[in-house]
Design a protein around this ligand. Structure first.
Ligand SMILES: NC(=O)c1ccc[n+]([C@@H]2O[C@H](COP(=O)([O-])OP(=O)(O)OC[C@H]3O[C@@H](n4cnc5c(N)ncnc54)[C@H](O)[C@@H]3O)[C@@H](O)[C@H]2O)c1
Length: 261
């Protein structure tokens, strides 16, 4: 099957669930070879099974790594290089929400954990993938920020800090590497129905997360949650190289939520 990603290699962190899995399915359908990274093997294996069931023919490498550990990040990059010899696209996506609380009640150890994964994990990914792409003189990176990276979100001081930082790092890396044929953009999703968002609604209403979700979407102009596959399509477009001059941008994908406030 001809596809935009035939013979291209894409690394995805957080590939064992949610947005990472949706992007993996989309890219595999378009011919990509994938290096899927996650802290847990179980989710990675489920993603691989779904890709195999879909009939996609690209190779799939599964790697466990904690993105907040720089040595583990170096390892997932070097193991990808050993297997495939290049990295054309990188979806630098793994992240966690943390616990919701007012700033004065926010547990400092959870703050540190959110920053370690969402901010430092994205930094380490950039630090170790960019030299590979620089050597190739081409590459496309998508970092996962959030609506919480461009707007305020209640009770999520660490998440907001980390996702604003992802937006900042995206712009910095973009201006440093544009002359090397590399584009670095970020997506800023609103609430997309994944395990992380279900967990978030459970924090709001532990007994009935679906009511919390219904309440939440009333405020969204589209009156619904986003679907992971909608993110998969945007990520595939950004990694495809169809618009290489699109660089250093933070793209909301949120049913117009961020335009409203
Ligand atoms: N779902 C949404 O509404 C939404 C909105 C905005 C931003 N995001 C962001 O999208 C990204 C993906 O979230 P999701 O909704 O798919 O969540 P998810 O929980 O479904 O998937 C996240 C994946 O990341 C993995 N992961 C967590 N910590 C890790 C670590 N230290 N090292 C390696 N892997 C790790 C998890 O095991 C999981 O498979 C996150 O950065 C999240 O902040 C999600």
């Amino acid at each position: 099957m001809a596809g935009r990603f035939n013979n291209k290699v894409v690394v995805i962190t957080g590939g064992g669930s949610g947005l990472g899995r949706a992007a993996a399915l989309q890219l595999a359908a378009e011919g990509a070879h994938l290096s899927l990274v996650d802290i847990k093997m179980e989710g990675l294996e489920a993603t691989k099974q779904q890709i195999t069931d879909s009939g996609a023919a690209g190779e799939i490498l599964l790697l466990t790594a904690d993105v907040s550990d720089e040595a583990a990040v170096q390892r997932y990059v070097s193991e990808t290089m050993e297997r495939f010899g290049r990295v054309d696209g990188f979806f630098n996506n793994a992240g966690i929400e943390g616990k919701q609380a007012l700033t004065e009640d926010y547990d400092s150890s959870i703050f540190d954990k959110v920053i370690a994964i969402n901010l430092k994990g994205v930094f380490y990914g950039l630090k170790h993938v960019l030299p590979v792409m620089k050597q190739q003189k081409s590459g496309y990176i998508v970092n996962t920020s959030s609506v919480g990276g461009i707007r305020a979100v209640m009770n999520q001081i660490a998440y907001g800090a980390s996702k604003h930082a992802v937006a900042g790092m995206t712009k910095d890396a973009a201006i440093e590497y544009a002359e090397h044929g590399i584009s670095v953009n970020a997506i800023a999703p609103g609430a997309i129905l994944t395990d992380m968002v279900i967990g978030s609604f459970k924090q709001i209403n532990p007994n009935d997360w679906e009511s919390a979700a219904k309440e939440f979407v009333k405020e969204n102009p589209a009156k619904r949650l986003g679907k992971p596959e909608e993110i998969g399509h945007l990520v595939a477009y950004l990694l495809s190289g169809d618009s290489p001059f699109l660089n250093g941008t933070i793209i909301p994908i949120d049913g117009a939520q961020s335009a409203k406030y």
